[in-house]
Write a protein of this length. Structure first.
Length: 209
């Protein structure tokens, strides 16, 4: 089953996850004015932690139950898919949930960089989220940095531009007894930070084919 294909193109790498225990919710006192990069990284990590916790603790829940829990503008609400739109630091966010036979089995969280608040802003978001997930799940099973064009490779301060141009991609994946979680940073004119969560209820059929 493809998650909200009508709303956004999914990244090619499958991002999947689940844990036997939910992530501990971090606590941050986030100011809304003059937010600095470190605080912004903590805030986005907190939002994604809440998203992952919901997927883990509400696994098997109906669309109606999840709909009552989420906030944002409903972009798509169908039998197998619920997608809501949000904003973070003026960036667009799509938060989606996938259901099989009325039961929650997967989710996808995407942040699209608009505007560009800093050249390496999304690289820093990726690094902060990867660090948080590694603290909870251990080191990722896969951890990749892929250059398809090394024009900016000697210039770390400009790696964010390389991401936006599609020259640089980051991806990390964690396997758990119950599923997978992956984080990926890609670009096509704008950086895209994607987090995908899938339980074995989704993964096992494809593994057995």
């Amino acid at each position: 089953m493809v998650l909200f294909m009508a709303v956004l193109p999914l990244v090619s790498t499958s991002l999947r996850a689940e844990s036997g225990a939910p992530l501990p919710p971090p606590t941050f006192d986030i100011p809304f004015d003059d937010i600095d990069p470190v605080v912004a990284q903590a805030e986005l990590t907190q939002h994604i932690t809440v998203f992952l916790n919901r997927l883990q603790t509400s696994r098997g829940s109906s669309p109606e139950v999840i709909r009552d829990q989420v906030t944002g503008d409903v972009e798509r609400d169908e039998r197998d898919t619920l997608v809501v739109g949000k904003h973070f630091a003026d960036h667009g966010v799509l938060e989606g949930y996938e259901f099989q036979e009325g039961s929650l089995v997967a989710g996808h969280y995407l942040v699209l960089q608009r505007p560009v608040n800093g050249l390496n802003e999304f690289i820093d978001y990726y690094a902060a989220l990867k660090r948080s997930l590694s603290e909870h799940y251990g080191q990722p099973r896969e951890d990749r940095i892929v250059w398809t064009n090394d024009l900016y490779q000697p210039l770390p301060d400009y790696w964010g531009i390389a991401v936006q141009m599609g020259h640089l991609r980051y991806a990390a994946r964690w396997d758990t007894p119950a599923g997978m979680i992956t984080v990926e940073l890609t670009g096509n004119h704008h950086s895209r930070l994607a987090i995908d969560y899938r339980s074995h209820a989704v993964l096992e059929p494809s593994r057995n084919t």
